[in-house]
Design a protein around this ligand. Structure first.
Ligand SMILES: Cc1cc2nc3c(=O)[nH]c(=O)nc-3n(C[C@H](O)[C@H](O)[C@H](O)COP(=O)(O)OP(=O)(O)OC[C@H]3O[C@@H](n4cnc5c(N)ncnc54)[C@H](O)[C@@H]3O)c2cc1C
Length: 371
């Protein structure tokens, strides 16, 4: 029997498995499809919330802790696997934010490096931007990570670990519940793998199934306010570097990658579990890209995709034990910020499960708050 059975292997599940295994626990990680192909693959990889001052303290606490951990995690993944997640500190230029005074006061409060920039400073950092931007905010320390590479490295790291048993193409269909001393506990999970049913036992069960977490927990009487929120993205492949920094305006952003690729994100659509892309979104996203960086008009969109974010109220994830069960916990609902929040989210739940001291107060993320 394994110590922990983790359901879902996006960035959260993979980091949870790595955390628990590195502490000596045995882990079975069960993934419905192939690892790391859902929201964690689809995202942009900005290692910061967009407009970070518009979030609650609970999101800021996780984001700050995660930003502190990211360089070390990336270094250790490169050492372990030889795969580089390409963490690039390009900085983030935010244009046309109409709440700049609040942003600057938030930055002072949280010791975050942010400065107000005028037109001259904007075009020094991004000379090819469309003309007319007069005011902006500049956060030089913000990085982006090439999330598909990050996932590759995490999968490789988990595969190499003697403590992790990774089972792909196996969907968790349900759980068998029993009672012990007046409290419910999960005895085993039922898995469907290529038409075959299997039962898996574990000491603890951890749900990291992103947008699907609510569906998995509902039959257990747990009502988590997590819903799928679709985001569509575009990829351009210019032959030379057109942009040195990330740029954000009117909720849409450009992310330059190390190999000159530029990503444009993203839509925010409440349309259930539908993951299709649309011509309307393609047109609107492409127009946004060109409105920021007119040179992109010369280059075709080489890829257009969609992913389902695990949406939650205020973007505050659910991290912790489910109190009505002895051995069931959840780590889901990171919404638009799962890639940045992942290291701190995984560390927090691992600390709780391993009864270690937590780096941040777990109170605001308690799953019960949505019941
Ligand atoms: C377009 C877009 C742009 C984004 N940009 C950013 C960004 O720039 N920065 C940032 O920080 N965040 C960003 N995000 C958000 C981020 O990608 C997500 O918050 C994060 O990836 C969620 O990770 P996860 O592991 O919880 O979910 P997922 O990556 O979705 O993983 C959940 C996994 O659970 C599996 N699963 C589901 N049900 C079952 C089951 N019954 N049995 C077994 N397995 C199951 C799924 O197959 C999946 O692999 C973006 C998201 C999108 C869609």
């Amino acid at each position: 029997m394994t110590d922990f059975l983790i359901v879902g292997s996006g960035v959260i599940g993979l980091l949870m498995a790595r955390e628990l295994a590195s502490a000596g626990a045995t882990v079975t990680l069960v993934e419905r499809g192939a690892c790391g192909q859902e929201a964690s693959w689809a995202g942009g990889g900005i290692v910061s919330p967009l407009y970070p001052w518009r979030y609650t303290d609970a999101v800021t606490a996780l984001a700050s802790e995660a930003q502190r951990c990211y360089p070390q995690i990336v270094r250790s993944l490169i050492d372990e696997t030889g795969i580089d997640p390409e963490l690039e500190q390009t900085g983030l230029l935010m244009l046309e934010a109409d709440d700049a005074p609040q942003a600057l006061s938030w930055a002072r409060q949280y010791d975050s490096v942010m400065e107000s920039v005028d037109g001259k400073a904007i075009y020094q950092r991004a000379p090819d931007l469309a003309l007319g931007f007069k005011q902006g905010l500049w956060m030089p320390n913000i990085a982006n990570v090439r999330n598909p590479q990050l996932l590759k490295a995490l999968i490789e790291s988990v595969r190499k670990s003697a403590n992790v048993n990774l089972i792909e193409h196996a969907q968790v269909k349900g759980f068998e519940i029993a009672q012990r001393a007046g409290k419910s506990f999960v005895q085993r999970a039922t898995i469907d793998s290529k038409g075959q049913t299997a039962e898996l036992q574990a000491g603890e069960f951890v749900i990291t199934a992103g947008a699907w977490s609510k569906k998995i927990l509902q039959p257990l009487g747990v009502n988590l306010a997590v819903e799928p929120v679709k985001g569509q993205m575009l990829l351009f492949k210019p032959p030379r570097r057109l942009l040195q920094t990330m740029v954000l305006t009117k909720g849409r952003y450009l992310i330059p990658r190390r190999d000159n690729h530029i990503l444009l994100g993203s839509t925010l659509e409440y349309s259930g579990f539908d993951k299709s892309t649309s011509e309307d979104a393609l047109h609107s996203l492409r127009q946004s890209a060109i409105a920021m960086l007119p040179l992109l008009e010369e280059y075709p969109v080489v890829k257009h995709w969609a992913g389902l974010r695990p949406g939650s109220p205020d973007g505050v994830p659910y991290i912790g034990r489910i109190e009505s069960y002895e051995n069931l916990s959840v780590n889901a609902g990171q919404f638009r910020n799962g890639l940045v929040l992942a290291p701190a989210s995984a560390r927090l739940l691992a600390d709780i499960l391993l009864k270690r001291e937590t780096a941040i107060d777990p109170g605001p993320y308690k799953p019960e708050r949505s019941a």
